[in-house]
Design a protein around this ligand. Structure first.
Ligand SMILES: Nc1nc2c(ncn2[C@@H]2O[C@H](COP(=O)(O)OP(=O)(O)O)[C@@H](O)[C@H]2O)c(=O)[nH]1
Ligand SMILES: Nc1ncnc2c1ncn2[C@@H]1O[C@H](COP(=O)(O)OP(=O)(O)O)[C@@H](O)[C@H]1O
Length: 185
């Protein structure tokens, strides 16, 4: 049986990765979104097992030591990682899996899973990125500051990726994302 593809989407926090992925999944139920583990506290409305598995640092550390994470990284003071087993099972079953992760994790995937398709989502500008982070209204001033600080170096790494998609107009970005996925998957 043909294996599924691993598709990695990276881009600065607030660029619209979550928004794009949600729309993509609505139109493409054949894709599976990996649910990550994080030590971050849940935002209002976030549900354990849906947006993330919310765990404490000890639990996260145990998962690293047991080899249960495909990749992991620290981001803005919290740890995030991709549970390996679910990804493996889906791909073996011929289902393509989407990872929505930050830069360090995407770099790890390049060495551990070289056949992955890696896409960088770019904001139209840093000012617009800041507007989106503030407009989302879900992070503290400190969390926004940390995300913006990291955004610049992440954007500098866009050329490490197979494709770059600018999320200016949402519908346009979605169409471009679909064309990248379905001409390459
Ligand atoms: N390396 C890695 N990064 C992740 C994972 N899950 C989420 N992230 C990234 O961690 C960053 C922070 O995520 P989050 O706290 O949900 O904030 P948001 O992206 O601003 O909504 C984002 O860049 C996510 O893409 C993961 O499993 N591994
Ligand atoms: N193309 C777009 N134009 C304007 N606002 C957008 C666009 N895409 C996403 N947003 C808004 O930007 C904010 C951050 O989006 P989100 O999907 O949470 O980003 P990320 O998952 O990359 O952190 C949200 O309020 C979202 O509604």
């Amino acid at each position: 049986m043909k294996k599924g593809r691993l598709i990695v989407m990276t881009g600065p926090s607030g660029v619209g990765k979550g928004t794009l992925v949600r729309s993509l999944l609505k139109d493409h139920p054949e894709l599976h979104l990996s649910v990550s583990v994080t030590t971050r506290s849940p935002r209002e409305g976030e549900i354990h097992g849906q947006e993330y598995y919310f765990v404490d640092r000890v639990h996260f550390q145990n998962m690293i030591e047991a080899g249960e994470l495909l990749e992991w990284a620290e981001f803005a003071g919290n740890c995030y990682g991709t549970p390996l087993i679910a990804v493996k099972e889906k791909i073996e079953a011929g289902i393509s899996v989407l990872l929505e992760i930050e830069l360090e994790g995407a770099r790890q995937i390049r060495s551990t899973f070289p056949s992955a398709l890696r896409i960088f989502i770019m904001p139209p500008s840093i000012d617009e990125l800041e507007r989106r982070l503030r407009g989302r209204g879900q992070d503290s001033e400190d969390a926004i500051r940390r995300r913006l600080m990291r955004a610049r170096s992440e954007m500098d790494a866009a050329n490490e990726f197979d494709f770059e998609v600018i999320n200016d107009d949402l519908d346009f970005a979605l169409k471009r994302l679909e064309s990248v996925l379905y001409s390459a998957v």
